[in-house]
Design a protein around this ligand. Structure first.
Ligand code: HMG
Ligand code: MG
Length: 313
């Protein structure tokens, strides 16, 4: 099928990078532990669909996220015998040790802009998290490993409500100063609105952090993730996190639902004539393959439209 029709908007970037987080953000939130071969096939299918970056798993404490306790085994399945280039989450030195032992070449740290989420997700304060990340970034870079940094709760927090955007900018700048190569700004519970998105990007710019250092990580709780993506595109951001079928959430963030679905993002970008390199049909096929294995229909409207309602019986 050749839809959607394409009308290019010259105000928007010509090309974007889609950073797929389904195997990590998606599967960390499933009630059942997904079998290892399914995880490996999911990553391989996403790569085959043309996704340039696929975040594979997390080296967090296995008691905190049992769904991803098999991180080392997964990396072994995905590695070429020496290295594994898909990014993985690491919260601390122990996580980095495990990732380096497994041969990972790209890691991501994840900070919180709010005290409550820092406590619930990392058992730390906003200040303590920086002390935890500093040696991780230094050691990773010393080993030639790239470090991405997330900031969670950038647009609203389920316990604290409104989040001060200047605090988000301060936390983000601190992470870049540690040596992170890119900041992914997380709307962890999916409450952001478009004006907040452009305002936050402008504040980062005023603080000396250009759009080339930023990525956006939208969850879709209030159905605003695509609108927020469009607002970010208008500011010139060119990296967007998304999750196949709209899987995702955070076990430590009350009310977090799935990420922006990769298929929905691909549909919009294609319609805008923005290059992304991803095969929509291969993605939809991946979501329809995965759905019965997870026992639920994909949240993505584009998957439902393209594949029809799935019979999960
Ligand atoms: P803690 O309990 O404070 O850890 O947890 P600790 O440093 O006190 O250590 C306690 C024990 O755990 C020690 O073992 C450590 O070795 C061990 P013992 O000496 O008692 O035998 N340990 C580990 N073992 C394996 N791997 C590790 C590790 N670290 C310590 N990495 C900790 C602190 C940070 C570890 C914990 O809070 C944790 O694992 N949190 C992760 C939570 C998580 O994964 N959340 C989801 C990802 S974030 C997200 O989804 C948001 C995002 O998508 C963006 C957005 O949407 O906004 C990224
Ligand atoms: Mg997330």
């Amino acid at each position: 099928m050749s839809l959607p029709m394409v009308v290019r908007d010259p105000e928007l970037p010509e090309r974007v990078t889609i950073y797929e987080v389904g195997p990590r953000d998606g599967l960390q939130n499933e009630s059942e532990v997904v079998p290892l071969p399914v995880k490996a096939e999911l990553v391989n299918r996403l790569v085959a669909a043309g996704l340039p970056v696929v975040e594979a798993t997390s080296f967090v404490h296995p008691r905190w996220v049992p769904q991803l306790a098999d991180a080392a085994e997964l990396v072994a399945l995905l590695s070429d015998g020496e290295a594994m280039h898909h990014p993985v989450l690491v919260p601390n030195d122990r996580g980095l040790d495990r990732a380096l032992e497994a041969g990972c070449t790209h890691v991501a740290i994840f900070a919180s802009a709010t005290e409550t989420f820092a406590a619930k997700n990392l058992n730390s304060t906003v200040e303590e998290q920086m002390a935890m990340f500093a040696p991780v970034v230094a050691r990773a870079r010393g080993a030639g490993v790239d470090v991405r940094a997330y900031v969670s709760m950038c647009f609203g927090d389920p316990w604290e409500g409104a989040v001060d955007p200047d605090v988000v900018v301060r936390v983000g700048r601190d992470l870049l100063d540690l040596g992170a190569s890119q900041l992914s700004l997380g709307d962890t519970i999916g409450v952001a609105t478009t004006g907040q998105v452009s305002d936050l990007v402008a504040r980062f710019d005023a603080a000396g952090v250009g759009v080339d250092r930023l990525a956006m990580h939208f969850h879709d709780t209030y159905g605003q993730a695509l609108a927020n993506t469009h607002a970010a595109l208008r500011t010139g951001v060119t990296t967007f996190d998304a999750s196949v079928g709209g899987l995702g959430g955070c076990p430590y963030a009350k009310s977090a639902t799935g990420n922006l679905a990769t298929e929905d993002l691909v549909w919009m970008l294609t319609g805008l004539g923005i290059e992304h390199g991803v095969d929509l049909d291969a993605l939809v096929a991946t979501s329809t393959w995965l759905a019965p294995l997870l026992g639920k229909s994909p949240a993505s409207a584009v998957v439902r439209a393209r594949a029809g309602e799935l019979d999960l019986s």
